[in-house]
Design a protein around this ligand. Structure first.
Ligand code: F6R
Length: 605
């Protein structure tokens, strides 16, 4: 959701900023831009669309300078055109912004009364206009920025650059992440450690409300109240910031293929070394919990939907789930004995973060299930459990989803243990089952050629329906989301028993209906629903194990999965969902890693 970067360098900075923006492009790719100060003069280049367009522009119109800021945009206010592209500039100040300024209209009106007009459709330009206004009144750049920040409502990570100031950059953070990078005679700013990784592994994360004045000699941090504060420098692990495709055609393909090793790493980390018990932090304790609330967005929400079944079955505890953007607006009833779990790959999703802040102090404990250990959700929850997926660059989440599922399963097992519902022998059996997971996922991945063939059939369709029952229902929803977001085929997921209450009207001879039905306790019911589709000449693609396929008889197409223990089925069946979407998107020639209109890390509400 917009990436920002800033460099006070020893050499020309435009190539460095471009490289950083490439690593941030997963956050948005509607437009990109860079501003530098060279020989005291502020200048900028901006281009619509992907970063490559800005790169091309810079070949013809180079941008010299050793101080610069850059931006890759996911449009919120104003269509993606050059005028609305960042950096925004007003006179001597240029600014890049990630977030939304909620009171920008009121600010614009106030500025207009003073004869200061706007030129773009963006909220961000208001920040540049206000800062210029303060500079015009004789303030220093730092004073002008502080005065501007005091007037902004909403969420922002900002980087400012000033005409005539080649050794000055100012950053600010409220609601959107921002990090300072420390070099040798060079300083950096960036939305995340991934952006800064090629330049430094020494990072300071700004706290909520902080702003920072940066020169090549160092950084001066200020808190919300304007007090000088010290913030610690952390060393980041460079293996956590690698963003190459490792020989795969797309990040998505690489991330799908990584799942066996990611899942192995999750169990290795969260279980004792001999695998005989869970090794979760002491704060993860459900002994006195009277309910569990699970909150997330998108794919993370579908992971929580699966987890609801697990917590109820394994721990017998009431579970409430909600999408984060709805949660706090319905006045959820919270209990001071409740445990609230927030699931987020990025750890920065604005809706999820807002939901977390909403429950803070109102429940016994908050738990984060996150991929980025330094993220806001990781830092603001009482205890954060890493999903250890490594950087997920493809906009569509894959390894993040299965790793979230596995950590949620471990939490459900812990809840069962804490509440005396899982005697040691049963627990030992479940833990032994977990060890088979990477192998089962690898076997599901081995079906790729068959899945690719099915995806060719799917690629020709306009609509598709995914059906599942029990834990396979959220998988149907996730499969539909994956397909629509990267192939742009309209897809819906339904609980298979719900079909007859309306959606069955959609069944015809054209639309594929993909049925996810491992041979489990609910198989017979799901297959009955599948028969209802076939009786209406629907085109069924059945995804099941050998026993399930044999029992079901002839269908339009089928896909064989390994036979899996019930507990692991939702994780293993994520693989065909992901690969079907991936190959359908390839067949349709869409942009797999950067689908239209989307961005990873959604830091606006
Ligand atoms: C879909 C997808 C999104 C994210 C959602 C939440 O493939 O990736 O639906 O799951 O935007 O993001 P996080 O998990 O970062 O909070």
């Amino acid at each position: 959701m917009c990436g920002i970067v800033g460099v006070l360098g020893r050499h020309e900075v435009a190539p460095l900023i471009l490289e950083s923006l490439k690593r941030l492009e997963y956050r948005g790719y509607d437009s990109a831009g860079i501003a530098t100060v060279n020989a005291g003069v502020l200048d900028r280049r901006r281009a619509v669309g992907k970063l490559v367009n800005l790169s091309d522009l810079l070949v013809h119109q180079p941008l010299p300078g050793k101080a610069g800021i850059g931006h890759t945009r996911w449009a919120t206010h104003g269509e993606p055109n050059v005028k609305n592209a960042h950096p925004h500039r007003s006179g001597p100040v240029a600014v890049v912004h990630n977030g939304i300024i909620e009171n920008f209209r009121a600010l614009r009106e106030a500025l207009a009364l003073e004869g200061i007009g706007h030129e773009t459709d963006t909220d961000t330009e208001t920040i540049a206009l206000l800062t210029r206004h303060h500079l015009d009144r004789g303030m220093t750049p730092a004073e002008a920025v502080a005065a501007t920040l005091a007037r902004l409502d909403g969420a922002f990570a900002l980087a400012f650059l000033f005409d005539g100031e080649e050794d000055l950059m100012i950053g600010a953070r409220k609601g959107s992440p921002l990090a300072v990078g420390w070099g040798e005679g060079e300083m950096f700013l960036g939305s995340d450690a991934i952006a800064l990784a090629p330049m430094t592994d020494r990072i300071t994360y700004l706290e909520e409300g902080d702003w920072v004045v940066i020169t090549r000699a160092g950084a001066e941090f200020h808190d919300l109240a304007g007090n000088r504060v010290n913030r610690p420098v952390a060393r980041i692990r460079l293996d956590q910031t690698r963003v190459d495709k490792a020989g795969h055609k797309h990040f998505m393909a690489k991330e799908i293929a990584e799942q066996p090793s990611v899942l192995g790493a999750v169990t290795a980390f969260h279980l004792l070394p001999d695998g005989t018990d869970l090794a979760l932090p002491a704060e993860v304790d459900f002994t006195t919990a009277d309910r569990i609330t699970l909150v997330a967005c998108g794919t993370g929400h579908y992971a929580t939907q699966v987890a609801k079944y697990w917590f109820e079955q394994l721990a017998g505890i009431p579970v409430e789930i909600d999408i984060a953007s709805e949660f706090r607006y319905r006045q959820p009833v919270l209990s001071d004995r409740g445990v609230a779990i927030f699931v987020s790959q990025s750890g920065e999703t604005a809706d999820t973060l807002a939901a977390l802040r909403h429950v803070s102090g109102k429940v016994a404990r908050t738990i984060g299930v996150v991929n980025v250990p330094t993220s806001s959700i990781a830092r603001e929850t009482d205890v954060a459990l890493p999903i250890l997926a490594g950087p997920e660059i493809s906009v569509a989440s894959t390894k993040g989803f299965t790793a979230q599922l596995l950590v949620l399963l471990l939490l459900a097992l812990k809840a069962g243990q804490d509440r005396g519902r899982l005697p040691p022998a049963m627990m030992a059996q479940h833990l032994a089952t977990l060890k088979t997971l990477p192998g089962l996922v690898a076997r599901a991945l081995d079906r790729e050629a068959d899945i690719e063939a099915l995806a060719q059939k799917l690629a020709e369709t306009r609509d598709a329906l995914f059906l599942g029952r029990g834990v396979m229902f959220p998988l149907a929803l996730e499969a539909a989301l994956k397909l629509k977001e990267i192939s742009y085929i309209h897809a819906e997921g339904y609980a298979s028993g719900e079909l007859k209450h309306g959606p069955i009207a959609l069944i015809d001879k054209v639309m594929p209906v993909i049925v996810l039905a491992p041979r489990d306790a609910l198989y017979d019911k799901t297959v009955s629903n599948m028969q209802e589709v076939m009786a209406r000449q629907g085109r069924v693609i059945l995804v099941s194990d050998r026993a399930g396929l044999d029992e079901a008889g002839p269908v339009w197409a089928q896909l064989q999965m390994p036979s899996v223990p019930d507990l692991l089925a939702p994780i293993v069946y994520a693989i065909p969902a992901q690969l079907l979407a991936y190959h359908a998107a390839l067949a349709r020639g869409t942009d797999v890693d950067q689908p239209r209109n989307l961005a990873k890390s959604v830091t606006v509400e």
